[in-house]
Ligand binder design. Structure first.
Ligand SMILES: *[C@@H]1O[C@H](CO)[C@@H](O)[C@H](O)[C@H]1NC(C)=O
Ligand SMILES: *[C@@H]1O[C@H](CO)[C@@H](O)[C@H](O)[C@H]1NC(C)=O
Ligand SMILES: *[C@@H]1O[C@H](CO)[C@@H](O)[C@H](O)[C@H]1NC(C)=O
Ligand SMILES: *[C@@H]1O[C@H](CO)[C@@H](O)[C@H](O)[C@H]1NC(C)=O
Ligand SMILES: *[C@@H]1O[C@H](CO)[C@@H](O)[C@H](O)[C@H]1NC(C)=O
Ligand SMILES: *[C@@H]1O[C@H](CO)[C@@H](O)[C@H](O)[C@H]1NC(C)=O
Ligand SMILES: *[C@@H]1O[C@H](CO)[C@@H](O)[C@H](O)[C@H]1NC(C)=O
Ligand SMILES: *[C@@H]1O[C@H](CO)[C@@H](O)[C@H](O)[C@H]1NC(C)=O
Ligand SMILES: *[C@@H]1O[C@H](CO)[C@@H](O)[C@H](O)[C@H]1NC(C)=O
Length: 605
């Protein structure tokens, strides 16, 4: 025990210096509570949805944003119990040409161009077809045109400035934009391919031989051969894995690699693995009939019928809001890939210069602080992909831990930025979702739980606990928590710290692990993790190295005969009601005796 105690004490010292206590709670990352069963019936959610409607009604009629010049489709989707679409709003631009060949009125089935939102389809198709086992393999293994570069990066002639290090460009680096490759070849941003620029723009630029200019781009499209010849001319921006730099070229190579691995056409994989299984009847890789889309101008001006050819996996696709929302739900519910692969996928791969933003494949990921000033460690990670294609913008964001997402599609001359649209939705809906979830958790779990075991003299053992949902605090609060007369909230801190000193303010809070199993009687067992912390002292705040939020290091840090003190299992009956709670280390079952408890409750059984 002496040795173990030393171990615990050292760990505690490492994670808690320089202050041994912290004011805000340090939750485990992930959902605090189980998903709400009746979100759309909750009055706060209903009020939030009404507010969102009011905000967009205001935007629509006020004309402050030049709303007449673009059409939009917005949806809030969910995989929680209840309707898959929680709210939607569609508006048709007033300046849609009277003779438009597209739809006259937009709705959930109206098709928009997706631009780079296509990349979500591309990565999902790859993962659904072959998983991510090839992720760390060099791209040279899967692309014949690049095979000749294998091993070149270690030769003495290799020029770090001029030559691309193809040996180190892996499939995963392409998916998460850390290949260091240039963004595009021959298209977007290629000045020699850009039409209708004023002559004086050319003055500062040298005149070039035609042979120096890309022979292809948006028109004519580059052949595969021309594309690889073009790559030979280009310089790397960075070494692979150095820093994130967005590359559409990377997505073209990524799709070529998938074709090489499988021997199938990319479009077949996309159709068989994503579009058909998700039932996406308004999703297209190439230009669909005009009649299904919103076309705010001529097909030429809007680029409705422009094709990116082999560069299409990075941005050519078309879909309706209904289909983008169905895609989002398919991802959140692991419909096409196994849950552990989704969990790995919905994570950051590399940093960005923005502290709260990182980059996945192809996600832009942000950490939203749910109570910035009072509980800075409570966060929600959101996974977003936005796209632009001339007159079109598209946007999908997944609020993973809430099982929610937003779809934002626009066509025309949008005066409203798609990210700003998400800000508007999130600012109202995120607090409402939390309030509804906490309320449901309060009704379900809060109350007193008592032992039904009797001691040797025949009276009940003094073992009880009280569960509550506390304003301004994350997860479920535990306490008073008494085991055979001992105050366990205080004892847990002592065991964790390895000292007999009482905490200034001992807290035990529970977080939903999402681990559940069904019981024979139709009920379920549901595991929650406890964090034991002393929140009585000052916060460490923003130090260089030290933190007051290292709770993840201490999980299962106290065990009693192999079972941890920090695991609580709730037993629910077939009607979904909580019957009892067990603590694994204590090996006791405490039965729920009454309803929600607000504030402090009596410890007497
Ligand atoms: C709705 O908007 C009103 C007025 O701005 C505000 O007082 C209220 O808190 C909002 N409710 C929700 C749930 O967003
Ligand atoms: C709305 O704004 C646009 C552009 O700002 C303008 O052309 C149009 O006349 C306005 N419409 C109304 C009804 O005020
Ligand atoms: C895949 O690419 C490798 C070289 O990178 C090549 O040797 C192989 O023949 C290709 N396979 C297919 C099916 O195209
Ligand atoms: C270079 O290309 C331009 C535009 O395609 C063409 O007009 C011109 O004749 C070409 N010049 C030469 C020397 O081939
Ligand atoms: C697409 O499929 C869905 C679900 O099967 C259906 O409800 C919807 O009406 C279909 N839409 C079109 C445009 O066919
Ligand atoms: C797009 O449509 C325009 C006008 O109908 C036509 O001139 C052009 O060839 C089309 N482009 C493609 C790539 O189909
Ligand atoms: C039974 O024993 C417990 C201690 O194990 C004690 O607290 C309690 O008072 C006893 N009850 C009676 C009725 O003697
Ligand atoms: C409870 O504590 C008493 C001493 O106060 C002890 O005699 C008894 O065995 C304990 N009961 C259990 C179930 O551990
Ligand atoms: C049970 O134990 C708690 C904590 O030691 C104590 O405060 C309480 O009075 C005890 N209750 C009974 C009935 O003995």
């Amino acid at each position: 025990m002496g040795k173990l105690l030393w171990g615990i004490t050292t760990l505690w010292a490492i994670t808690q210096l320089p202050f041994s206590v912290a004011a805000p709670n340090c939750p485990l990352i992930g959902p605090e509570f189980p998903p709400p069963q009746r979100l759309s019936e909750h009055p706060i959610w209903q009020a939030a949805v009404a507010n969102v409607t009011a905000i967009f009604q205001y935007i629509d009629v006020s004309n402050i944003t030049g709303i007449d010049t673009f059409s939009y489709s917005l949806q809030i989707f969910s995989t929680n119990p209840g309707a898959p679409i929680l709210w939607e709003r569609h508006r048709t631009a007033k300046d849609l040409p009277a003779d438009t060949t597209g739809v006259k009125k937009v709705d959930g089935d109206t098709v928009y161009r997706l631009g780079s939102v296509s990349k979500v389809f591309t990565v999902l198709a790859f993962l659904a077809e072959v998983g991510d086992v090839h992720w760390n393999q060099p791209i040279t293994k899967y692309i014949p045109e690049l095979a000749k570069y294998a091993g070149k990066s270690t030769s003495s002639e290799f020029d770090n400035v001029k030559d691309t290090n193809w040996d180190d460009i892996t499939i995963g680096s392409l998916a998460s934009q850390v290949s260091g490759l240039g963004r595009d070849y021959g298209v977007l941003g290629e000045y020699t391919q850009t039409e209708k620029l004023p002559d004086y723009w050319n003055v500062g630029l040298p005149s070039l031989q035609n042979t120096t200019k890309p022979p292809c781009g948006a028109w004519p499209l580059c052949t595969r051969e021309q594309f690889f010849q073009g790559l030979d001319v280009m310089y790397p921006s960075y070494a692979p894995w150095q820093t994130a730099t967005y590359s559409n070229i990377g997505y073209q190579l990524f799709a070529y690699a998938l074709e090489n691995i499988t021997g199938k056409k990319f479009t077949d994989i996309l159709n068989d693995r994503v579009i058909k299984p998700l039932g996406l009847n308004r999703t297209y890789y190439d230009t669909p009939p005009d009649s299904v889309g919103v076309i705010p101008g001529t097909v030429k001006d809007t680029y409705w019928n422009v094709s990116l050819g082999d560069a299409s996996p990075g941005g050519n696709m078309f879909a309706s809001a209904n289909d983008i929302s169905a895609l989002g739900r398919g991802i959140l519910s692991n419909k096409l890939i196994k849950p552990s692969l989704t969990r790995r996928w919905l994570n950051p791969v590399t940093f960005s210069a923005d502290l709260i933003a990182s980059i996945g494949a192809p996600w832009g990921i942000r950490r939203i602080q749910l109570a910035k000033d009072t509980q800075p460690h409570r966060t929600l990670s959101v996974f977003t992909k936005a796209g632009t294609f001339r007159k079109y913008t598209a946007f999908i964001t997944l609020l993973r831990d809430f099982n929610l997402g937003f779809t934002i599609m626009m066509a025309g001359n949008p005066a409203l930025n798609n990210f700003y649209g998400a800000d508007l939705l999130g600012a109202t809906l995120i607090p409402a979702y939390q309030a509804a979830t906490r309320d449901e958790a309060d009704k379900l779990y809060s109350g007193r739980y008592v032992s039904r075991d009797t001691g040797r003299n025949g009276s009940y053992v003094n073992s009880t606990l009280t569960i509550s949902v506390d304003p301004g605090k994350p997860g479920l609060g535990v306490g008073p928590w008494v085991s055979n007369g001992t105050d366990m909230v205080d004892m847990a801190i002592k065991l964790q710290a390895g000292t007999d000193r009482s905490a200034l303010k001992a807290e035990t809070r529970l977080y939903y692990t999402q681990l559940e199993s069904k019981t024979k009687d139709g009920g379920k067992r549901q595991a929650w993790k406890a964090i034991f912390e002393d929140t009585g002292g000052p916060a460490a705040g923003q130090q260089l190295w030290s933190t007051d939020c290292g709770a993840w290091v201490g999980v299962t840090g106290i065990t009693y005969a192999s079972l941890p003190l920090d695991e609580f299992i709730f037993n629910l009956d077939s009607a979904g009601k909580v019957v009892s709670v067990e603590n694994l280390a204590l090996r006791t079952k405490l039965y729920k005796v009454d309803g929600p408890v607000k504030g402090t409750a009596s410890a007497n059984p």
